[in-house]
Design a protein around this ligand. Structure first.
Ligand SMILES: NC(=O)C1=CN([C@@H]2O[C@H](COP(=O)(O)OP(=O)(O)OC[C@H]3O[C@@H](n4cnc5c(N)ncnc54)[C@H](O)[C@@H]3O)[C@@H](O)[C@H]2O)[C@@H](O)CC1
Ligand SMILES: [K+]
Length: 475
């Protein structure tokens, strides 16, 4: 599991450790790791041209000490001090002792740099880059240099992944002690480039604020039929989807559900013929969900139009996944009062409608939006997007690391709903079902596309292959 901790937790852990160490020792650990990472990226340190962008806090201190280490190995290091009176004094002295210097003309040195270290702000930064830093960040980006962010790309919010103004776009980020949520969640994540974690010995709590499943975690969660299993024990998932106008949504949701580990898939709705034509193993009916027979979980909503079924399914006592059209007129009280889990799977536009805010606000504040929805509806929320989040009202938020922009294709969400619903029916809790489905769906999207456009149907077809790969990595 990859874990990320919020700023207060990181600061508290740093404080505890600092009390046990000689003054400055922790910053030296960070700077040593940072300098080593830069040396790796440069290949040859001797003769390399390195520029430090130095803000007024300890983030600038890290950059100055790392710069001193690179200068001692023969790099030409120039520091651009954004606030010369407040630059970390010991760090600056170390740089000057090692042969580094303060740059006279920042733009001149940036234009010819091989590597730029962004030490403007770290976890203490507030409110995006200040006006004086913006042209420097742009010049760094516009040069041929590798741009390395110290701890975080300056200008992003460490705790939330929000980017409140302009931020520095890095090729790589070297972060200390722990990932911060902003390094995993968009839009900030996109600014970080490749992230490298330098351990500095922090003692962190067992429960993080954000976590990302990895192959082995997913392998442990995948349902596997035992010797005793028959189709009913493996779980039956009911799909209420599709309409005369959107029969394809029914096919795609069933396609996802058949790959999600449930023992059988029931389809309820007007798309039965289309479903059977593709998947003869499906149990179809066109009556009401309550008359369709017992299921262990329902999926309701893909392509449903104004179709009926949402209230009826929400009134059941089994886990329910609500997606797409099902989300349009959702009654918070009906969801809150349910005796079993509810998993809502909106994209940003649907989440915005549920929250009564503009879509842009949800896109800018993904973590807060997912949490708010979960708390308002007493449900688990899977917020789709470039970094899909799965949130409950409290506890760690799961962020999906496998997404690909090729998944932004019509019908891809229907496949995800079916897949997650099937995992619910197979017995996974809502958080696990949502995050395992997002993980497999992301990998399947990459597999199906191989860098070219993929169809949603192709994504569903790629799920068994990635399931096998992931299962093989389990312990
Ligand atoms: N505390 C520790 O033990 C360690 C801290 N480390 C480094 O220290 C950093 C945190 O240092 P600080 O708490 O000094 O905070 P920062 O260095 O992140 O920034 C704080 C300073 O920046 C100013 N500032 C805030 N927002 C700004 C903005 N938008 N534009 C320009 N200036 C802005 C503040 O007035 C303050 O002077 C970490 O990110 C990490 O890089 C590392 O050395 C590891 C050890
Ligand atoms: K930084």
């Amino acid at each position: 599991m990859r874990t990320a901790y919020d700023v207060d937790t990181v600061r508290a852990a740093e404080g505890e450790l600092m009390a046990l160490l000689p003054p400055g020792a922790l910053m030296q650990r960070a700077a040593a790791g940072l300098a080593a990472a830069c040396a790796d990226m440069l290949g040859r340190v001797y003769g390399a041209r390195v520029v430090l962008l130095v803000g007024s806090g300890d983030n600038g201190g890290d950059a100055l000490y790392a710069g001193a280490r690179l200068a001692r190995r023969g790099a030409g290091v120039g520091a651009v001090l954004l606030n010369p009176d407040r630059a970390h004094p010991e760090g600056l002295a170390a740089l000057l002792r090692a042969g580094g210097r303060v740059a006279d003309d920042p733009f001149e040195v940036l234009a010819v740099a091989d590597l730029v270290l962004d030490g403007i702000t770290g976890i203490g930064g507030r409110g995006g880059l200040r006006p004086d830093a913006i042209p420097l960040a742009r010049a760094a980006r516009g040069s041929n240099a590798v741009v390395v962010a110290v701890d975080l790309p300056s200008g992003v919010d460490a705790g939330t992944g929000e980017v409140p103004g302009e931020a520095l776009r890095a090729d790589a980020t070297v972060t200390f002690g722990a990932y911060k949520p902003g390094l995993l969640i968009d839009p900030a994540r996109e600014y970080a480039g490749a992230v490298r974690l330098i351990p500095i010995g922090l003692d962190l709590p067992s429960v993080p604020s954000v976590e990302a499943l990895q192959h082995a975690d997913v392998a442990d969660l995948l349902p596997t039929p035992g010797a005793e299993s028959d189709k009913y024990r493996r779980g039956v998932v009911g799909i209420v989807a599709g309409s005369a106008r959107y029969p394809g949504a029914a096919v795609l949701a069933v396609a996802g559900a058949l790959r999600g580990g449930a023992g059988a898939v029931r389809y309820v709705g007007p798309g039965g013929d289309a479903v059977i034509a593709r998947f003869p193993e499906t149990l179809v009916s066109d009556g009401s969900p309550a008359k369709a027979g017992r299921v262990q979980a329902w999926v309701v909503g893909p392509g449903l139009g104004d179709g009926p079924g949402v209230d009826e399914v929400l009134g059941s006592d089994v886990p329910v996944l609500v997606d797409a059209d099902g989300l349009r007129c959702l009654d918070p009280d009906a969801v809150r009062g349910r005796p079993a889990a509810t998993l809502l799977t909106p994209h940003a536009g649907e989440a915005a409608a549920l929250l009564g805010v503009p879509r842009e606000k949800v896109e800018a504040e993904r973590l807060a939006s997912a949490r708010e929805l979960a708390s308002r509806y007493g449900a688990t929320v899977l917020l789709k997007g470039s970094t899909t989040l799965v949130a409950d009202a409290d506890g760690p938020v799961r962020v999906n690391p496998t997404g690909t922009s090729w998944l932004a294709t019509a019908g891809s969400g229907d496949v995800l709903s079916g897949l997650a619903g099937s995992l619910l029916a197979a017995g996974l809790g809502a958080r696990d079902a949502g995050s395992v489905a997002a993980y497999l769906h992301g990998l399947a999207g990459r597999h199906a596309s191989q860098g070219a456009p993929a169809t949603a149907y192709g994504v569903a077809g790629a799920v068994p292959g990635v399931w096998r790969d992931v299962a093989a990595s389990g312990g």
